[in-house]
Design a protein around this ligand. Structure first.
Ligand code: CP
Length: 311
């Protein structure tokens, strides 16, 4: 495998999940694979889980790790070709990626959507810039439109927790005071398309995700109806896609509660705002899987890095 940029780079989900679960039971089994190799983690945005789990995964595989908060510490990058660089941007993506490629064997990038320019966000200028000009494999640690490491961790968690042949899984929008990207929801939807699940997406009208991603998946605008008899409810906020990047509603009726959760397991990628997105009783209750999901981030990253190192 050359790069891990989206869920579409997974050639066999059952094999990857099974391999991740084996790595979880013996994390250091392939420590020899990364000996003498270095991964560079470049963050254009904040992180807790992605940063620590990807670092942990690389260490489990015997790799050296370099981390840079590029957004605050790196030079401002120019991505356009043929630009006269006489304004604020000091370095072109062409030189930056070629330089980074000399210092490490794999580069992982986090670069969120701006939520102000749909066309630029969908062009994935940072991730695709690195993929185009770097001479080493690139891993997506959350880009403008995708968070495939999170989606793989979620698939591992579902595999561990599911007891049914075809569970009902709900992706529910929840309120949030800030405009958040679509990446987590997009990759979760794509992951559900690889699974044998009864999948329903629920959100207020105006919060439809990119229809090229949701395709013909079921959308139910009544959250209570959508959540009825669910086995897993994945809660996430995202901003409007059609009215790009806008917060159209902060309706607290959409917050996840114990009543709406019923007997379902609760999932969220974290970080989460308590009593805005989900009430305390859910997060503190036994049906919450959020800590297991975060733990599985290590083994999702580890299976990805292992496949890159092996190829
Ligand atoms: N879920 C997730 O990606 O967490 P961080 O933003 O803390 O990395």
């Amino acid at each position: 495998m050359k790069h891990y940029l989206s869920v579409k780079d997974i050639d066999s989900l059952p094999d990857w999940v099974s391999e991740a679960r084996k790595l979880k039971s013996n994390p250091r089994a392939f420590e020899y694979l990364g000996k003498g190799k270095t991964i560079c983690l470049l963050f254009f945005n904040n992180s807790l889980r992605t940063r620590l789990s990807t670092q942990k995964a690389a260490l489990n595989l015997g790799m050296e790790v370099m981390v840079m908060n590029f957004g605050s510490e790196g030079w401002q990058l120019e991505f356009e070709d043929g630009v006269v660089m006489n304004q604020g941007k000091s370095e072109h993506i062409k030189e930056a990626t070629k330089v980074v490629s000399q210092f490490c064997d794999i580069v992982a990038i986090r670069a969120f959507a701006s939520l102000t320019n749909k066309e630029k966000d969908e062009a994935e200028v940072v991730l695709n810039g690195f993929t185009k000009f770097a001479s080493i494999p690139v891993v997506n640690m959350e880009s403008s439109v995708a968070h495939p490491l999170q989606a793989l961790a979620d698939a591992i968690t579902l595999d561990e927790q599911n007891t049914k042949a075809k569970p009902k899984v709900v992706l529910s929008w929840a309120p949030h005071p800030k405009a958040l990207p679509h990446a987590v929801a997009n990759s979760f939807v794509e992951m559900m398309q690889l699974q044998d699940v009864d999948f329903v997406i629920t959100h207020p009208e105006g919060y439809e995700l990119n229809p090229q991603i949701t395709k013909d998946m079921v959308i139910e605008y009544n959250q209570k109806k959508a959540c009825k008899n669910a086995d897993f409810i994945y809660v996430k906020n995202w901003s409007s896609y059609s009215d790009y990047g806008k917060v159209l509603s902060q309706d607290s009726d959409w917050m996840m509660t114990s009543e709406k959760l019923g007997n379902a397991k609760f999932m969220h990628c974290l970080p989460v705002r308590r009593n805005v997105v989900v009430e305390d009783a859910v997060l503190d209750g036994e049906q919450s899987l959020v800590i297991e999901q975060a733990n599985n981030r290590t083994f999702a990253a580890q299976v990805v890095l292992k496949k890159i190192l092996e190829s």
